[in-house]
Write a protein that binds this ligand. Structure first.
Ligand SMILES: Nc1ncnc2c1ncn2[C@@H]1O[C@H](COP(=O)(O)OS(=O)(=O)O)[C@@H](OP(=O)(O)O)[C@H]1O
Ligand SMILES: Nc1ncnc2c1ncn2[C@@H]1O[C@H](COP(=O)(O)OP(=O)(O)O)[C@@H](O)[C@H]1O
Length: 208
């Protein structure tokens, strides 16, 4: 019998301490803030600024950053469509656990494919998945080139780089869009403020 067949003999074990109790303890509601956008669009900057702002308000959050997770949980995954799908799936599952724990989980990954993001959305109650689109032009992202990767991609030294020779599918159904105006991007604290306002309006920053 294969290992896969054995995996059907597993059962869900319910724990007596539930989500509502955790929410009460933390005075907040768990959710996933999923930040998607091109490399250099400001995903990590927003994630950190948002986490800092929430912390200063006494709210517990945790950042799952694509780049960082590729050093551990997702070590060994590359950038083929299949590997990106598996990367997003794993982070979606981890983010779901953090949200269930009562945290405001901030996931920042390029997550270029709509179907992969939608699969993560489907793991949670719809309202608990807040998709934030960093709607920055390729030219702005490329001009930043903080890690020199666009330069390498343009020179053909990195193949399959998102936005250059690999696709990015903009969200069709995002909750929040962060946009540049006339080539100018909002400050990190203004971007974080936009997300905090949304979380506040939707009642995530209190337990009921
Ligand atoms: N081919 C290619 N395409 C895109 N990005 C690349 C590539 N190779 C390396 N990098 C670096 O990996 C970071 C993106 O990792 P993610 O896990 O967020 O990517 S994905 O969601 O699986 O598409 C990305 O980080 P960010 O710049 O923070 O987005 C890059 O630093
Ligand atoms: N709102 C912003 N205003 C000014 N510079 C920014 C802003 N957001 C990001 N940056 C800068 O752009 C570069 C890329 O940002 P980063 O957050 O690393 O993007 P990503 O995580 O999407 O790759 C960094 O040097 C960062 O300091």
């Amino acid at each position: 019998m294969s290992t896969l067949a054995n995996s059907s003999n597993i059962f869900w074990h319910e724990c007596p301490v539930g989500k509502t109790e955790r929410h009460k303890l933390l005075n907040q509601k768990g959710c996933v803030v999923w930040i998607t956008g091109l490399s250099g669009s400001g995903k990590s900057t927003l994630a950190c600024s948002l986490s800092r702002e929430l912390h200063s308000r006494g709210k517990l959050s945790y950042v799952l950053d694509g780049d960082n997770l590729r050093h551990g949980l997702n070590k060994g995954l590359g950038f083929s469509a299949e590997d990106r799908t598996e990367n997003i799936r794993r982070v979606g599952e981890v983010a779901k656990l953090f949200a269930d724990a009562g945290l405001i989980c901030i996931a920042s990954l390029i997550s270029p494919y709509g179907k992969d993001r939608d699969a993560c959305r489907a793991m949670l109650a719809d309202a608990n998945f807040i998709e934030v689109f960093m709607n920055m032009s390729l030219s702005l992202c490329e001009s930043r080139d903080a890690k020199g990767l666009y330069k390498l991609a343009r020179a053909g030294k990195i193949k399959g780089f998102t936005g250059i020779d690999d696709p990015y599918e903009p969200p069709l159904n995002c909750e929040i869009e962060i946009q540049e105006k006339d080539g100018v991007c909002p400050t990190p604290s203004a971007m974080a403020g936009q997300v905090v306002s949304y979380l506040e309006d939707k009642g995530f920053l209190q337990d009921q």
